[in-house]
Design a protein around this ligand. Structure first.
Ligand SMILES: Nc1ncnc2c1ncn2[C@@H]1O[C@H](COP(=O)(O)OP(=O)(O)OP(=O)(O)O)[C@@H](O)[C@H]1O
Length: 960
């Protein structure tokens, strides 16, 4: 069965220049012109006609003048190939047109046509050529198993300037020509059939030939009275398993023209005469087109549209095709003029240049098929994640962690080495023999500066830690080590808690996946674990001071070890932070896996928090920082061993009074409404107690129960989230404390090494100072910090973060202390080095005043850009008006940003500046300030800078 489709493939063609076979890649190529001289026909022999032409070699044909004839015309013609009467069609194909024909298999359009006077052998030649080309095409297909070929065929004839479909004679006697910008001239409704195999194709070709108009003339009993074009469309794609969606597609045209004729010779009249006129007319247009094309760029307008033949063959004549013309000649002397005209035509044709390209097509069908395959593959991948890929990712992650650890270790090692070296030098310095050596102050320069600051400034009022150290200089190292141990202990606890939180969360996720029954069981276990966790977890108690026993001689060495350990703990804290990040991510994933209404609930949570404190209290029962209460709330509404009523009761029991919120009341009310109470049911309580609530679905409104589950799940996630946030805060504080300790250890050591022990009376603050209320100290210190920020050109993003984060809580003392010390050192450093750039501390380059100013300027430029993205035009205008920036000014954004943080003595200005910067940077969004604490970036810098220079406005900026 054959499938008939209109010859208009639904695809888009892409083209790339073709290359000449065996030659360099070339865009342009001349038409291949060959001449075939047939033998004298029987009629001609009978008429005693003479051979007027001779092929003297493979390329030249010459006219053999008769003895009495005077030579007036050129006698010799040269072509790509000439074939003598003895040549077989096979030779014509192989040596003349095969290359051109088979180009179609590579996506290059090809046209082979026969031109010549009537009865010169066009049809005879073209039939043979077509047959051989078909053979070769199928040979190629069987030799190319990696490609999938499709061959479609269409056939038409142009008879008396009418186009007829040779495969569907019912389609009408005159098909319309359409101009397609992509494919050129198309024949409307022309049927195209797909060939199943070579036999089928041959059969279809013979149908076309059988349908062609043939008539008897004086010169040819079977004279073709029309131009015939058989078009094979060859498309090929790489087979299955290939991701290639492009195919080669090309047309191979076999054109058997009607022969030019002279009425005097054909003795045509009537219909034949009319046919002859049309034939000659269209051949004349073809000749004109060829002549014009042969002139190249001088050709001007090419009259393709003057005949249907040239219109249809337009691409083959000077266009996107490789073309071969076989000019057939009768050798008879009687036709010498006609033959000569054919040779003139052929000579012109030799000069015509085509521009063949490789045509690729992306068929919609193939593309859809490919995309469907891809979707199926991705779906399968999602269903069963590739364990190898996961493993690879893990390995990659671990490798990165190892690298990071190595780097930290090297850093710590280098710091230990440096300290050891200093110690040795100092010891040598105290040796009278070596005391002549100049003191090395490079490494300890900043601690020295810090000590001086400590002498002169009233820093860190109320710092219990510091006071205890300074008052007892001999026991200070022990205290420090003790503090360090304490912090380590805290850190360990935090790590454990983070792991537990993660476990709890994972179980929560698993619970959601398992559905009601499994969820109930998991939640029950979860509840038990959380209770256990609550009992295990408690705020660390103060470790007894004085439990450390060490000799004075070993103190120095121990301190060194502690410093090294503290440095190396950077990675431990980083791991802890990473763990917490993972917990956070897992929470987010969990939220994503929850029903959409829950996600909406969660996303609206932060907005609700800001909008109404009352509402916040209702929606966020965990807003309190009391972790124990939070953990109490990690609970299940239903477990296999309790009834829903019991769960609700225990739920209420487990809650802290302030958290007895709307949700639980709602659950209780719902439960009371929907669940029969013990007394109502009047049944055996113990038996009901042992019945899991999910098995009671017949008596409980499942929708309500599901809602209860969901509420409980929401609350669990919220509590985990809050818990993680608090853990993060505590990690950040731990980090600060460690930095402070490092500073103190170094400071103490520097003083001891210099034999300049701190005088406790002079350098520590009077015990009575503790009596000054903290809020007064806070204000005083914060004002000092603000003024130092200003004179030290500190990042205004950092200022804003710090200002908004530390509001005067007693727990903030330590942070203010660190900031004061850092700024004091920075201030002295800038005063000392001024604009020298780069200044150095130790071996490392650090900041100068000019570099700080530059960084601040870049930061302001960055914030100016953010004005456009973060604020609406109205908000911007309102700010310009408020901050007295001209609305029309071209530089108004930078003008405005330059006004921020410029007046350290105006509290309103400072507050407003901080608020605006926070908005521009986005760190107050959702009120999640604890996260931004990490971005204060006081940690030991990874770029080997001294710790005190750890914060960096630019890196802070880039981290945003
Ligand atoms: N190379 C050849 N060797 C032997 N016989 C040939 C050769 N070429 C043509 N003939 C014979 O010449 C006659 C005319 O050939 P053909 O019909 O192919 O001419 P044509 O150019 O197609 O004519 P028309 O234009 O009238 O259709 C045929 O009988 C054919 O068999």
């Amino acid at each position: 069965m054959t499938i008939k489709t209109p010859a208009t493939p639904a695809s888009k063609i892409e083209r790339t220049p073709a290359s000449t076979p065996g030659g360099p890649r070339s865009k342009e190529e001349k038409i291949v012109v060959t001449v075939r001289l047939r033998p004298l026909s029987k009629k001609e022999q009978q008429a005693k006609d003479h051979m007027a032409w001779e092929c003297i070699d493979d390329n030249t044909i010459v006219y053999k003048p008769q003895p009495q004839e005077r030579q007036a015309q050129p006698a010799s013609f040269t072509f790509d190939k000439v074939f003598s009467p003895a040549s077989l069609t096979e030779a014509v194909y192989e040596e003349g047109v095969k290359n051109v024909a088979l180009s179609a298999l590579m996506g290059i359009n090809a046209t082979i046509f026969a031109y010549g006077q009537t009865s010169s052998g066009k049809t005879f030649t073209m039939r043979g050529i077509t047959e051989k080309a078909v053979n070769d095409i199928y040979k190629h297909i069987s030799n190319t198993p990696e490609r999938d070929f499709t061959i479609r065929i269409s056939g038409l004839e142009i008879y008396n300037e009418n186009v007829r479909d040779l495969l569907n004679t019912e389609s009408g006697r005159n098909l319309k020509l359409l101009d397609d910008p992509e494919k050129g001239t198309m024949v409307e409704k022309l049927v195209e059939e797909t060939a199943n195999n070579d036999q089928h194709l041959r059969q279809l070709i013979s149908i076309c030939e059988a349908q062609r108009q043939v008539g008897e003339t004086a010169l040819n009993d079977y004279s073709s009275r029309s131009h015939q074009i058989i078009r094979l469309t060859i498309q090929s794609t790489l087979r299955e398993n290939s991701d290639c969606v492009r195919s080669f597609v090309a047309s191979l045209n076999f054109v058997d023209l009607a022969g030019s004729e002279r009425a005097s010779q054909t003795h045509a009249d009537g219909a034949r005469l009319r046919e002859g006129c049309h034939i000659n007319l269209s051949l004349m247009t073809l000749t004109t087109v060829i002549r014009k094309l042969s002139l190249g760029k001088r050709s001007g307008h090419i009259p393709y549209r003057d005949s249907k033949l040239t219109r249809i063959l337009q691409h083959s004549l000077g266009g996107n095709a490789r073309t071969a013309i076989i000019c057939t000649l009768s050798p008879a002397l009687t036709h010498v003029e006609q033959s000569r005209n054919t040779l003139y035509f052929a000579t012109r044709a030799k000069e015509v240049t085509n521009n063949a390209q490789v045509n690729m097509v992306v068929s919609d069908k193939q593309l859809v098929k490919h995309l469907q395959k891809e979707v199926a593959r991705l779906e399968a991948e999602l269903r069963t994640p590739d364990p190898k890929r996961e493993k690879d990712l893990k390995i990659q992650q671990m490798e990165m962690e190892i690298e990071e650890l190595k780097r930290e270790r090297d850093l710590a090692q280098s710091q230990v080495d440096e300290l050891r070296r200093k110690l040795e030098e100092d010891q040598q310095g105290s040796n009278p023999i070596e005391s002549a050596r100049p003191p090395v102050k490079k490494c300890l320069s900043f601690t020295g500066a810090l000590s001086q600051r400590l002498d002169s400034k009233d820093l860190g009022r109320g710092m219990i830690l510091r006071q205890s150290m300074m008052r007892q200089s001999s026991t200070a190292p022990f205290t420090l080590m003790h503090e360090i141990r304490k912090l380590e202990h805290l850190q360990e606890q935090l790590g454990e808690e983070a792991n537990r939180a993660l476990e709890v969360l994972q179980k929560e996720v698993a619970c959601h996946r398992l559905g009601n029954q499994d969820a109930a069981e998991t939640i029950a276990k979860l509840q038990a674990e959380i209770r256990e966790m609550r009992s295990v977890r408690s705020e660390p108690k103060e470790v007894e001071v004085g439990s450390v026993i060490a000799t004075n001689q070993s103190v120095g060495a121990n301190l060194k070890e502690e410093i090294t350990r503290l440095h190396s703990q950077g990675s431990t804290i980083a791991n802890l932070e990473e763990q917490l990040e993972n917990v956070q991510k897992s929470i987010d994933k969990l939220v994503m896996s929850l029903p959409s209404n829950y996600q909406q609930f969660m996303s609206s949570e932060s907005t609700s928090k800001q909008k109404s404190s009352t509402k916040k209290k209702k929606l966020l029962p965990l807003a309190s920082s009391n972790i124990t209460n939070r953990q109490n709330l990690l609970r299940s509404p239903c477990s296999p061993s309790t009834t829903s009523q019991q769960v609700l009761e225990s739920d209420i029991e487990n809650r802290a009074p302030e958290n007895d919120d709307v949700i639980s009341s709602e659950i209780l009310r719902e439960s009371e409404k929907e669940t029969p109470t013990k007394s109502e049911e009047g049944g055996d309580v113990s038996s009901k107690e042992s019945t899991p609530c999910y098995r009671r679905s017949s008596s409980v409104n499942m929708k309500k129960m599901q809602k209860m589950f969901q509420n409980a799940a929401e609350e669990n996630v919220r509590s985990i989230r809050a818990y993680v946030t608090e853990l993060k805060e505590r990690v950040a504080k731990l980090q600060y404390q460690k930095q402070l300790l490092v500073c103190q250890v170094l400071e103490l050591e520097a003083n001891e090494a210099a034999g300049n022990k701190l005088d406790c009376d002079e350098n520590t603050f009077d015990q009575d100072d503790d009596q000054v209320p903290w809020h007064l100290t806070f204000r005083e210190q914060r004002q000092q910090i603000i003024e130092l920020w200003d004179v030290c050109y500190v990042s205004i993003i950092h200022r804003s973060q710090f200002y908004l984060l530390f509001k005067g809580d007693e727990a903030d003392q330590i942070y203010l202390e660190v900031e004061m010390r850092r700024l004091t050192w920075l201030h002295d450093h800038l005063a000392e080095f001024g604009n020298a750039s780069p200044a150095h501390v130790g071996d490392e380059p650090t900041i100068s005043r000019s570099s700080s100013m530059r960084a601040l300027r870049r930061e302001r430029e960055f914030l100016a850009k953010r004005l456009t993205t973060r604020l609406t035009a109205e908000e911007r205008d309102a700010l310009y008006i408020k901050w007295e920036v001209p609305l029309e000014g071209k530089q108004r954004k930078i003008q405005f940003v330059n006004k921020l943080w410029t007046n350290p003595h105006d509290p309103k200005h400072i507050q407003d500046s901080a608020e605006i910067v926070a908005k521009l940077v986005g760190f107050r969004e959702g009120g999640n300030m604890s996260r931004e604490m990490f971005e204060l970036n006081f940690v030991v810098p990874s770029d080997k800078r001294p710790w005190i220079m750890g914060w960096n406005p630019i890196s802070n900026l880039l981290n945003l």
